[in-house]
Design a protein around this ligand. Sequence first.
Ligand SMILES: NC(=O)c1ccc[n+]([C@@H]2O[C@H](COP(=O)([O-])OP(=O)(O)OC[C@H]3O[C@@H](n4cnc5c(N)ncnc54)[C@H](O)[C@@H]3O)[C@@H](O)[C@H]2O)c1
Length: 359
Amino acid sequence: MKYALIGCGRISPNHLEAAINNDLEIVGLCDLVLEHITQLLEKLEIKNPEFKQYINYHEMLQEQKPELVAIATESGEHAKIALDCLEAGCHVIIEKPIALSLEDADKIIAKAKEKGLVVCANHQNRFNKSIQRIRKAVEDGDFGKMMYGTAHIRWNRGPDYYKQAPWRGTWAQDGGALMNQCIHNIDLLRWMMGDEVSEVCAYTDNLNHDFIEAEDLGLAIVKFKNGSYGMIEGTTNIYPKNLEETLYLFGQKGTVKAGGKSVNIIEEWCFEKAQENAEEVKQKNSEMPKNVYGFGHTPLYKNVIEAIKTHTKPLVDGEAGRRALELVLAIYKSAAEGKPVKLPLDKCSTMDFVGRFKV
Ligand SMILES: NC(=O)c1ccc[n+]([C@@H]2O[C@H](COP(=O)([O-])OP(=O)(O)OC[C@H]3O[C@@H](n4cnc5c(N)ncnc54)[C@H](O)[C@@H]3O)[C@@H](O)[C@H]2O)c1
């Protein structure tokens, strides 16, 4: 399957590695800055590549006609590039968040449907061994009635991270801690708790990053339609480095905690109906990745390739990407309006919050 990548920055090595690990035929890499492609190739020790390098993705799509394109540019560019790729007949993997407005997410989903193409939102943590095992317990009904779940993202991002790429932390291209760093765990919480949210009540603030436009702290309570609750606590303020990304699920008959730097380790596993030894489950389903991006890109790509071949939906389809985006935007809206917000939301964009914090 012919594959191309648009955007060769910080997260791009995970994409190119995933393409290589899945035996995709790489036909082109594209970045506005050719030097970024060179750095990516150096990082992966790829010498004399056979594929071409482009600064214009339209040219690459036209010349190479890739079947699958991954989009890893700044978030504010995702929707436009995804719509162009879909129009050109390519299946797409779009880095999270799928877009920065619900209107754009809806356009992507509609265009893919019209063209019969696969869209995947790149929430790779769904493929962590820990998360896959927990999801199985949810699907098997092992928790009994789910009561509540909590997502904690206690990370650190300092001035250097934002200086590297000035689009980060802006409303037009990114959003803040919740939209960029915390959206993975927000997606997991929503997925595990039954997807359907009725109401959100939240606070957001910028306490320690006066050089970015958006929030560095978000605290939210989520009411799910099935009567359960969620709590989200996300920040990039933790001194002096990333502390944890943790997901707790509390059911009437089960308690689980996935922790580590990015929910890669099962730290608590306790069920009334214990089919397996808890220590074995913890050991078999815990991993120590070298960074918070984890090992998820390769199995996510495998899942997308399978979906394309079998004309089915990938695990993290466009609608799943939209649900994660909707929940973050609902948190922003509740915090900005100072009152609970009902879901579903039809329209909302990061641009609705321009000027919310002092820069
Ligand atoms: N899944 C994850 O864990 C994860 C981790 C980090 C970043 N991300 C997401 O990946 C995306 C990229 O983040 P990053 O940190 O790698 O950013 P980055 O700034 O390091 O890289 C983005 C690259 O895209 C290029 N680019 C921008 N517009 C382009 C265009 N029109 N055509 C071709 N190239 C273009 C830029 O020149 C840059 O090299 C963001 O949406 C971010 O939220 C996801």
